[in-house]
Design a protein around this ligand. Structure first.
Ligand code: DON
Length: 331
């Protein structure tokens, strides 16, 4: 990387960064062949397996957008980071940490093995399905729409517009939800749920079915990178402590059983979803003028072809490449 660029925030440098990212997206698009679009929710299978796109929003005002940036997709498990933050805002951090632990499982996102084998007193973290469904049950409200309201409100506060639910994905997930129902019944049996099981599951399927774009994810990532503050106007959207815990969980549990490898090779707090989205938050770091985005940035990636662990295969490789080239790791 070129030495001594004092100001990255110029048209010339932006164009230059854009060309790099365009080349990298074109290269990593071929890697989509190494993954497969999720099929256990039939509606998700309609996604274009070759799609790959990225949006990077820097705190310095630079935005880089490349590849398939317009395709909307559903939040899926990325919603777990949002609902955890919302539950902490609504119920308090210490209360929520009594309901759900903050330990990685090293297991698949929908595994419940650890719940029984370890006889845990609470789900191990809010980002596997058992923990996420428990968190959703703690959202205030008697109906799924009531419970979803503060989630949509937080998204609206961050994005400037209220995202829509994708009704087809919602129905498809609801109608193919045997695994999540099994998890839900187990949680009910051991007394972890605070709300009616059907209402909790309906809310969980709805939160997974919220439509977003990678512009949206990059914006959310930028706010998390700033410890919950909107860099545009200095407004606190998520309390600092909650934003920080959310990022810790993204780093330790956000990519499921690939979280350790992702932390090692990419080193950025991130959360994936089975529709192929990745939300990443790059906090500001020690200034090195030869690198762009030292003031921090949010990144949204979309690549629906998934690897074995349920994460975008080309998306992870693209992020790894960019993080290495631009020294984005927090470590
Ligand atoms: O619980 C499910 O099956 C999905 N709606 C969400 C799973 C998901 O996104 C896992 N991520 N990789």
């Amino acid at each position: 990387m070129v030495q001594g660029i004092a100001n990255w925030n110029t048209e010339e440098t932006e164009e230059w960064l854009q060309q790099y990212v365009d080349d990298w997206v074109a290269f990593y698009r071929k890697h989509t062949n190494d993954g497969e679009v999720a099929s256990y929710i039939p509606e998700l299978q309609k996604a274009n397996p070759d799609a790959l796109g990225i949006v990077i929003k820097g705190n310095n005002g630079i935005t880089i957008r490349s590849g398939d940036t317009e395709d909307p997709f559903t939040l899926q498990s990325i919603s777990k980071a949002i609902t955890f933050a919302v539950a902490c805002m609504e119920r308090g951090v210490s209360y929520m940490l009594q309901q759900v632990d903050v330990e990685p499982t090293g297991e698949a996102f929908n595994s419940i093995m650890h719940l029984e084998m370890k006889q845990v007193k609470k789900p191990l973290n809010p980002f596997n399905n058992a923990g996420a469904i428990t968190v959703t049950s703690a959202l205030p409200g008697d109906t799924s729409d009531d419970k979803l309201e503060p989630v949509l409100k937080l998204l609206e506060d961050m994005l400037g517009n209220r995202p829509e639910l994708n009704a087809d994905v919602f129905k498809s997930e609801r109608d193919s939800s045997t695994r999540n129902r099994a998890i839900g019944y187990y949680l009910l049996e051991v007394g972890f749920l605070e709300s009616d099981l059907d209402i909790t599951l309906e809310t969980y399927f709805k939160q997974c079915s919220i439509d977003v774009t990678i512009d949206d994810l990059a914006r959310i990532g930028m706010i998390l990178a700033n410890d919950g503050m909107d860099p545009k106007n200095g407004e606190e959207i998520i309390p600092r402590q909650i934003a920080r815990i959310t990022k810790v969980l993204m780093l330790t549990c956000g990519m499921y059983d690939a979280s350790g490898k992702f932390a090692t090779y990419v080193g950025i707090p991130a959360k994936s979803g089975v529709s192929g989205g990745i939300l990443a938050a790059v906090p500001p770091r020690v200034r090195d003028e030869s690198m762009p985005f030292t003031d921090g940035c949010g990144i949204g990636v979309y690549g629906p072809a998934l690897g074995e662990e349920g994460n975008s295969v080309a998306g992870i490789r693209l992020l790894r490449h960019i993080a290495t080239q631009w020294d984005l790791s927090i470590f």
